[in-house]
Design a protein around this ligand. Structure first.
Ligand SMILES: [Cu+2]
Length: 339
């Protein structure tokens, strides 16, 4: 019978052979749909994976933040990090202001050598200065080893007040570093002598982190002081710090940048005097009243670039360097952050 092997579909008559082809086609259409669905699912899974990967890399970026913690008179942090752009989160849990300075040591010189040949010399000189024998004290620094000038200051945090945290980003080159704080205790003893020194090894493996983007740009120069590119607003922001040049100032260190918040009535000259470590009353506990240290970028060679991430409330602030005569050098610059 003709109609036995024929079917009617949408008023079109098909032979059984045609129906078979249609079924195969439908099946293959279904397969295509399934295939497409699988592709979509696979894509979604891939995207999901990508998202997970991105999350991982976000976490990796977060993990890349190197925490440095001071509990009392110490540095707690990892010993070894890869090279590249590195954000240091300095958490000061103690009751004193501190910073960390990264000192790149010459080859075959290590923390133990510094402890033996450098720290005691500085302490001896400082003790003499504190006792009123400035000339003899500065002469004592002549006993520093021949390799001392080969140490390169490669940045670090600025001063950080008790219970405050700072974020400083520096491009770390491979090498052997010593992390040091040379703020002084009330009796004139350097914090480094009390245990605030630690080795940090930077490997040749690169962390592949990218350079931060700056909202505000500050240029440091021995002749012009601090040049700030635009007014600083409240809120979270990244400040780049560029060392146009670097010199040895009267107290043997180079210029750096510290961010401070200042209460009303604070005399700027008192801040200026306190910031100089070579002054018997400088860089010593207690810190000047009405001044909160919010980190910064420590001493670096000419041509260096580093970043400071800060969150600012309205108020009066200043950038100040750790060198003498900051007011006349334009290295104590105040600014107001408005609502
Ligand atoms: Cu310290």
């Amino acid at each position: 019978m003709l109609f036995d092997d024929r079917r009617i579909s949408n008023n079109v008559v098909y032979t059984s052979g045609q129906l078979k082809i249609i079924r195969i086609m439908k099946n293959s259409h279904l397969k295509n749909i399934l295939k497409n669905m699988l592709c979509v699912m696979a894509t979604l899974l891939m995207l999901q994976n990508c998202k997970v990967k991105n999350n991982d890399s976000d976490e990796a970026v977060n993990n890349d933040i190197i925490e440095v913690i001071t509990n009392v008179m110490d540095f707690q942090s990892v010993d070894t990090i890869p090279s590249g752009w590195t954000t240091f989160k300095y958490i000061n849990k103690s009751n004193e202001p501190h910073f960390f300075l990264l000192e790149k040591y010459p080859e075959n010189k290590f923390l133990e050598d510094g402890q033996k040949e450098i720290f005691p010399i500085f302490q001896k000189g400082m003790d003499l200065i504190n006792n009123g024998n400035s000339e003899e004290g500065f002469a004592a620094f002549g006993d520093l080893p021949a390799w001392y000038p080969q140490i390169v200051f490669k940045g670090g945090s600025g001063l950080v007040s008790p219970k405050k945290t700072s974020l400083t980003t520096i491009k770390m080159e491979p090498g052997y570093y010593v992390m040091e704080c040379y703020v002084k205790m009330a009796n004139g003893t350097f914090h480094s002598v009390m245990g605030m020194e630690k080795q940090l090894i930077v490997t040749s493996e690169n962390n592949n982190n990218s350079e931060p983007k700056a909202d505000i740009k500050v240029t440091l120069s021995s002749t012009k002081g601090y040049i700030i590119d635009k007014p600083i607003q409240k809120g979270n922001q990244t400040i780049s710090v560029y060392f146009e040049d670097q010199i040895v100032h009267e107290n043997f260190v180079g210029h750096d940048l510290n961010l401070i918040k200042i209460e009303d009535g604070v005399i700027l000259e008192n801040i200026e005097n306190w910031m100089n470590w070579a002054n018997p009353k400088g860089l010593i506990s207690p810190a000047p009243q009405g001044v909160t240290f919010l980190g910064g970028v420590n001493d670096m060679p000419a041509g260096s670039l580093a970043f400071l991430n800060v969150s600012l409330d309205p108020g009066k602030y200043a950038f100040v360097s750790e060198v003498p005569n900051t007011l006349s050098k334009n290295m104590l610059v105040t600014f107001i952050v408005t609502e």
